[in-house]
Design a protein around this ligand. Structure first.
Ligand code: AMP
Ligand code: ZN
Length: 461
């Protein structure tokens, strides 16, 4: 029984798929206007773990993730410029080139994190007809009105507006900037925005030339592929108060009933306890971390050590210990690969059920990792333990089955550097601090770094 925290009901609930053995799930994908940062990637690590847990329990998944390549304005509400058009101007490219460039980078990041890619990847620009149809449906039912800059959704017609974030229509202004428009209610949002001729991304519609609102994209794409009733919708917590509130309004009004059963949101990644921001120069990408010697999988491991519903604080000390801990995990796994002790089937069953209980308790990955470490440390070296660790890794996706005998990490370190590191470690054990320091300086000069821990060291590029 998989229990998940449903942000709609604010309770842990059992996942009971609507369609027997198939779980239908939609994930809000990235807006491909810039480099994805490590905070964004937490949302997809969360999606990955969720998919893996569902599959581990024997279900199949019909999953969709969109790529927002049009319509997301610089503010989540309806003001500001289109993020794609803005980047295109900055980089002197077309919005289509920008989308292609950053989509490729996003998929490389997913690959580096060994993320299980959803069955359908949908680009917003390829679903414009479905979006127009969706708006027409809402219009026919009387939920829309037209003003000077677009077609809007009239939230006052939807009694349940605000159910995710517990806001009422009287709470005007919360989370919103009052705009200079003739909208009827500040929560009303654009379904279709008219755009000037200069706009590159634009389409004909029954209401005039324009582009879709950001929220209609997800409703139209999920509706097209998953239908009018599906199991799970995921996204980052920042999407909850506006984007997902608006998706629910569109869905429920177009179809006349609840469309999504469970809403799941990942919490944010903070950096040094605060927000990531350009002005603080603390927005990191996976590639930057890699250049500093930290593997993308160490970042994934770092994320898995905190439940997705909790904020996580990224610091360089934290990623360093995640890298060391991942390397230790690999060492332990390898040691068991060559072990010939036989452990009892009761013990195996016991570990397996404890593990299953942890992951099925709203993806309690920190506990599941603890169970894995306990098992690896406390059992005699045994291929049975190795096999179980590889089985558990179907949920973590840390590529534990690909560890090589001699290498602790996947980053190649030249032999002369490894030799120097070994000499330094021996010097340290002999309390010959001078030699140890000299060797360390030499290693740093050559572009490598040594990470020490209680019981060993790692060399990173
Ligand atoms: P965007 O491209 O802005 O739509 O964001 C892509 C995904 O990253 C969304 O699910 C966001 O909610 C999520 N996200 C953005 N910033 C962070 C952060 N600092 N921590 C965790 N998730 C984030
Ligand atoms: Zn979305």
């Amino acid at each position: 029984m998989i229990k998940l925290y449903n942000t709609l009901t604010k309770r842990n609930e059992e996942l009971i798929p609507i369609n027997g053995n198939i779980v239908k799930m939609y994930t809000c994908g990235p807006t491909v206007y810039y480099l994805p940062h490590i905070g964004n990637m937490r949302a997809y690590i969360f999606m990955d773990t969720l998919r893996r847990v569902i599959k581990y329990n024997g279900y199949e998944i019909d999953g969709v993730m969109n790529i927002t390549d049009v319509g997301h304005l610089t503010s989540d509400a309806d003001d500001g410029e289109d993020k794609m058009e803005k980047s295109a101007k900055r980089e002197n490219k077309t919005p289509y080139e920008i989308a292609e460039y950053y989509t490729n980078i996003f998929f490389k990041d997913l690959e580096m994190l060994n993320i299980d890619i959803p069955e359908h990847i949908t680009k917003a620009t390829e679903y414009i007809p479905q979006m127009i149809e969706f708006i027409k449906k809402l219009e026919a039912k009387g939920y829309t009105y037209i003003i000077d800059d677009g077609v809007y959704f009239d939230v006052s017609k939807f009694q349940n507006y605000g159910q995710l974030s517990n806001k009422s229509l009287e709470d005007v202004g919360i989370g919103r900037v009052e705009e200079n428009t003739s909208k009827k209610h500040p929560f009303d949002f654009a379904l279709w925005k008219f755009v000037p001729e200069s706009h590159i991304m634009k389409w004909d519609s029954p209401w005039g030339v324009g582009c879709p609102g950001w929220h209609i994209e997800c409703s139209a794409m999920s509706g097209d592929i998953l239908g009018d009733h599906f199991d799970i919708h995921t996204g980052g917590i920042d999407h909850l108060p506006i984007h997902h509130e608006n998706e629910i309004a569109q869905n429920d009004c177009a179809f006349g009933h609840k469309v999504v059963e469970m809403w799941l949101h990942n919490e944010f990644v903070l950096v040094d306890g605060g927000k990531m921001s350009k002005s603080l120069n603390n927005i990191y990408t996976l590639t930057q971390l890699k250049e500093m010697g930290y593997e993308p999988l160490a970042y994934k491991f770092f994320c898995l050590n905190t439940n997705y519903t909790k904020k996580i604080n990224f610091t360089f000390d934290a990623i360093k210990s995640a890298q060391i801990s991942l390397n230790n995990l690999r060492k332990l796994v390898l040691e068991h690969k060559n072990g010939n002790y036989k452990i009892s089937s009761e013990k195996i069953t016991n570990y397996k059920s404890k593990f299953l209980e942890a992951i099925n308790d709203n993806l309690n990955t920190p506990l599941a990792i603890g169970i894995l470490f306990d098992m690896l440390k406390s059992e005699e070296k045994s291929i049975d333990v190795y096999n179980l660790a590889i089985d558990f890794d179907r949920v973590f996706g840390l590529k534990l089955s690909e560890i090589q005998q001699e290498k602790n990490t996947f980053i190649d370190i030249p032999d002369d550097i490894l030799e120097m590191a070994k000499q330094r470690w021996n010097a340290k054990l002999n309390k010959d601090w001078k030699t140890a320091d000299l060797l360390r300086d030499e290693i740093v000069k050559k572009g490598y770094k040594i990470l020490d821990s209680k019981d060993g060291y790692e060399v990173v590029k």
